[in-house]
Design a protein around this ligand. Sequence first.
Ligand code: PGA
Length: 263
Amino acid sequence: MNKVTIDILLTNNIHICATAEAASIKVARVIADEIIKKRSLGQQLVLGLATGNTPKMVYQELVRMHREEGLSFQNVISFNLDEYYPLKETHPLSYHSFMNQHLFDHIDIAQSNIHLPYGEWDVARLGDYCKAYDQKIKQHGGIDLQLLGIGRNGHIGFNAPGSAFDSCTRLIDLHSTTRADAAADFEGLEKVPLQAVTMGIQSITQAKKIILLALGSRKADIIQKALREEVSAQIPATFLRTLPQVTYILDKEAAELIAEPLG
Ligand code: PGA
């Protein structure tokens, strides 16, 4: 490992797993352990959830644990990071649909404990709804554990480059890279929504524990930047380096540019 890499590894909690599956199982285990720990204390776990390709295997493993190991989600309160706007809840590509399909339909979480920004919020009152979303997180005592992916532009949630450290839940224009990455799913760039509601950087960074999961070589470049480049709003994920409660869980491919052998 070169000097820069060693510095980063010493100052950050980074786990590099051999495969995407191993990384995902590790994340699921952390989530399950937190749920079980809270349950043993008679408490609820406030869990921040993400969508996209990255967390799919994590959810698959959590569903397996529910079915085969009896992991219960009855003491979980969930808040998702974001939702396309405007988009009907029932649209097959809404994040409501994603979460139902990959997790909620298969576990025993109470419907009333599930929270997502809503793609059908009335535009005239959108600011109030966004404020209420952050308020609700606070009312539950804040997020205990937040799961994050990372966009190829360094976004966390849909906080595109330029998002301020103190940003809250709000409507945001989707970045061109983000829309391009979603074009195949929507069967055409022109069908990808132009905007989304996202939890802000502040809403995210107030979580007591944060796990950033990145998988595959297409994330290698942004992982290197997120860990090595100057902390700035130009790469929102760099903000995470200023926080002690962040763990990075990467597969070997996503870590390939930070784990170079000494030259
Ligand atoms: P992806 O998206 O998991 O689909 O790559 C990650 C993200 O945008 O956070």
